[in-house]
Ligand binder design. Structure first.
Ligand SMILES: [Zn+2]
Ligand SMILES: [Zn+2]
Length: 459
């Protein structure tokens, strides 16, 4: 037998191929509540008894490191982008596909809609959730997860329970990042309390809205949900051109193709509407949703150019005019006063010293304007802040090392092996395990324990 024939015969059958991580099935694909990619990441970490931060560091980072300069810092500063339309979402989807063997994970992001959805104001910076959904899934023993719908900025309510999505934890009152080191489905990543509650506990959180406003919020959630539900069934990519065509079809019905008249009726800037009609530009998702609401046409119907024959515009008062903020008058800045203020900030002993963003916020002047007028003072303020951060970072590293020492001893005393995951759970800042010198403390503590001749539980 020839050698290559022999190798051919020895090839593993495909059904025996193993994936490095569990092949977890995403929830709700093809429905309004299709799961988000961040949610799948969190569930995958939980299935492996790991904090998601560690899953990202140890498994995902080596795969996507090349595109992100070898580290995940860019991702940590904007985790919402992992559900979005761009390269960060696609990279995570393909990394998880490689690791878990699951297919088509891009359907858990907005990537299939990248042609239609400009990223500005598309996704919330913080996590949002429906407490009734969580509680229902818990009591009916269903998978606890986070639908992609909840991460969209324009969606304020749950289409199933007609209540507002919550954005702050009712226990610690803090906001959660979309993906934190310690995220768990259904739990606050800051205080680890359960976030589900029954409708009776919600105290009808839509009560601050009129009936019309509540109806509009539910309509938006429903309509955007239907759009997400259609993602797996898209036969061809929806392009800017198809959007423009749909837009023109609606303008024909509302104002006989008169763009200026259409813009006037919908209280939109005429030039902007003209750019949308010509496929030169796209409205943000919230603007598109508002337009559809006024046209009484769901997002899907809008795209498939099924305008009602007799369009009767819904009154604008429910959602408010789209561009209600008048352009601010140019402001005259008192430079002497500003210089004095900067001097005070620079010389006082505030702890921690404020960064320039905070200074700009306090003085209510844009940071770039301050920098243009007083670059040297800005640099000095930033340097003071950086110096403080360095010292604080050093202290936190030392504190983490101390905590690791105590954690290792505690775990051993309880007969548990001190794996990184176990140690992380006992640390006040588990994220610091991403620093080499902090991780090294685990090894050192184990060695120390070893030299004392004590018995080690097995790993
Ligand atoms: Zn709900
Ligand atoms: Zn909390």
């Amino acid at each position: 037998m020839k050698t290559n024939q022999l190798y051919h015969d020895l090839e593993l059958p495909s059904h025996l191929c193993r994936s490095r991580l569990f092949c977890i099935e995403p929830v709700g694909i093809g429905t309004q509540l299709t799961e988000s990619l961040i949610s799948l990441t969190v569930r995958l970490a939980e299935a492996h008894c790991l904090p998601p931060g560690m899953l990202m560091e140890k498994e995902v980072a080596p795969i996507i490191a090349r595109t992100h300069g070898g580290n995940l810092h860019k991702i940590y500063s904007h985790t919402a982008a992992l559900n979005s339309t761009g390269v960060m979402a696609l990279n995570l989807a393909s990394a998880l596909e490689k690791l878990s063997g699951q297919k088509n994970l891009h359907l858990l992001t907005l990537a299939p809609w990248s042609e239609l959805m400009p990223s500005r104001k598309l996704l919330r910076r913080d996590r949002a959730w429906c407490p009734v959904c969580y509680e229902n899934w818990y009591t009916t023993k269903n998978v606890i997860y986070e639908p992609l719908l909840w991460s969209l900025e324009v969606v304020k309510a749950c289409p199933s329970h007609r209540c507002l999505l919550l954005e702050s934890c009712p226990y610690c009152h803090q906001k959660n990042l979309p993906l934190a080191w310690n995220s768990r489905p259904g739990y606050c990543s800051k205080c680890q309390e359960w976030l589900g509650s029954l409708p009776s506990n919600l105290a009808e959180n839509l009560k601050n809205f009129s009936e019309d406003e509540s109806k509009a919020l539910i309509w938006i959630a429903d309509s955007v949900g239907d759009l997400l539900a259609s993602t797996p069934y898209l036969t061809s990519p929806v392009t800017k051109d198809s959007f423009a065509q749909a837009f023109r079809a609606h303008i024909n019905l509302v104002s006989n193709g008169n763009i200026a008249e259409f813009a006037r009726q919908l209280q939109l800037p005429k030039n902007t509407v003209w750019l949308w009609c010509n496929g030169r530009n796209l409205p943000q998702l919230d603007t598109w949703v508002h337009i559809c609401y006024r046209l009484n046409s769901s997002l899907i119907d809008f795209l498939t150019q099924r305008p009602e024959q007799d369009i009767c515009l819904t009154p604008v008062k429910v959602l408010g005019p789209l561009h209600s903020k008048p352009r601010a008058e140019p402001r005259v800045i008192d430079t002497d006063h500003l210089e004095q203020q900067l001097e005070i900030i620079l010389l006082n002993h505030e702890c921690p010293p404020p960064p320039m963003e905070e200074v700009a916020r306090r003085l209510e002047i844009h940071r770039e304007t301050i920098f243009r007028l007083f670059p040297e003072m800005c640099r000095a303020i930033s340097a003071k802040y950086d110096q403080f951060q360095k010292i604080r970072h050093h202290r936190e590293i030392e504190q983490s090392r101390k905590e690791i020492n105590q954690a290792v001893l505690k775990l051993y005393s309880e007969g548990l092996y001190p794996s990184e995951g176990q140690v992380a759970q006992l640390m006040s800042k588990p994220g610091y395990l991403r620093y080499k010198q902090v991780r090294a403390a685990i090894k050192e503590a184990k060695l120390e324990f070893n030299t004392q001749g004590r018995n080690l539980p097995n790993s």
